[in-house]
Design a protein around this ligand. Structure first.
Ligand code: ZN
Ligand code: ZN
Length: 337
């Protein structure tokens, strides 16, 4: 089965942490963390609609500037989520630049910033059209663990202790619609943006008798058109399966409270990306720096019964010894699972 999301680490495991999550058949992506974004193309970054920043240590937030630079002058709305004080941190970044010429720009970049403040989510907008001064009043809604909820997926967060609030993140697909290439071939239909509309119709639970019009251009640029009843098309080209769950956890101390929260967040994930900064024999250093050891990372994955584990965010002291960290995490994962 083809998953609808493709998560990939932006950098190697010693460099800045970050996850780029591309949507299949859509020009859309999510970003977890804003460290060094240079491996991502402008084309990739322009797909991003929502950004989730675990905390504002430099290795997780320095990429804000490169994202902003790419977006300036474009007509876009981007949502950014972070832990407590995130609005103030973003505002400080925005106020570092001189925006005296920006009102001449035709297009408006709108940033919607949200921060988790205990049991509340505080929200503040900033627009390029008024030089990124706060736009409107600070708003709030209750926070019960959910940051974003859309028709096909949701993003949840847990507040972890890293001597500062740090948010663990998980992306859950409501259910997964897999497109069968064979079915498309049999009907003579191409892969294309129409599949997004098709999936949306299913996620919305629209009437199966409703007609879906598919328009595309063939190789000779001739416009083609076919109409199907939604239910019939679903039968022929789609398979519905349980949704994927992807969890991303970095950075946190391996305290019992934190580990319990991390396990709950990651429970039954298809993929878990978890920091494994230190070897367990250097657990004292890990504790002092409020980070996990590779063994602790593996145990979290095992307790949460995840299917696939990706340890990352390795301390530079282990350059050339990457395998020791991976092995320690995998051994703990397999011994318990
Ligand atoms: Zn950190
Ligand atoms: Zn970090």
């Amino acid at each position: 089965m083809t998953p609808s999301f493709h998560p990939r680490l932006i950098n190697d495991r010693f460099s800045d942490p970050g996850l780029f999550i591309q949507f299949l058949f859509e020009r859309r992506a999510l970003l977890f963390d804003l460290g060094d974004l240079s491996p991502l193309s402008a084309r990739d970054l322009l797909k991003v609609t929502h950004v989730f920043v675990t905390h504002t240590h430099m290795d997780h937030f320095i990429g804000f500037d490169s994202l902003l630079r790419l977006l300036i002058g474009r007509d876009k709305e981007i949502h950014l989520f972070g832990p407590s004080d995130f609005i103030q941190k973003v505002q400080a970044k925005l106020s570092a630049y001189n925006w005296n010429l920006i009102e001449n720009y035709e297009d408006t970049l709108s940033l919607k910033i949200a921060e988790i403040q205990g049991e509340k989510l505080l929200m503040q907008g900033f627009n390029s059209s008024n030089r990124f001064e706060p736009a409107g009043d600070l708003r709030e809604r209750p926070f019960d663990g959910n940051l974003l909820s859309e028709k096909s997926f949701s993003v949840d967060a847990a507040i972890l202790d890293h001597k500062t609030d740090c948010i663990g993140l998980c992306l859950k697909e409501n259910f997964s619609i897999n497109i069968m290439k064979e079915g498309l071939k049999e009907l003579g239909l191409p892969v294309g943006p129409w599949l997004r509309e098709f999936k949306e119709a299913i996620y919305e639970g629209r009437n199966p008798a409703q007609t879906l019009r598919i328009v595309w251009h063939d190789k000779d640029m001739v416009t083609r058109e076919r109409c199907f009843a939604l239910g019939e098309l679903k039968e022929r080209i789609a398979r519905i399966s349980p949704g994927q769950k992807i969890t991303y956890i970095t950075d946190m101390i391996g305290s019992p409270e934190n580990i319990e929260k991390a396990v709950n967040l990651a429970l039954d994930s298809n993929r878990l990306f978890v920091e494994s900064s230190f070897l367990d024999k250097e657990r004292d250093v890990a504790r002092r720096k409020y980070h996990l050891t590779a063994r602790e990372a593996g145990l979290i994955a095992a307790k949460a019964k995840v299917k696939e584990l990706t340890p990352f965010h390795f301390s530079p002291r282990y350059f050339g010894r990457e395998n020791e960290l991976i092995q320690e995490a995998m051994t703990a994962f397999r011994s318990e699972s």
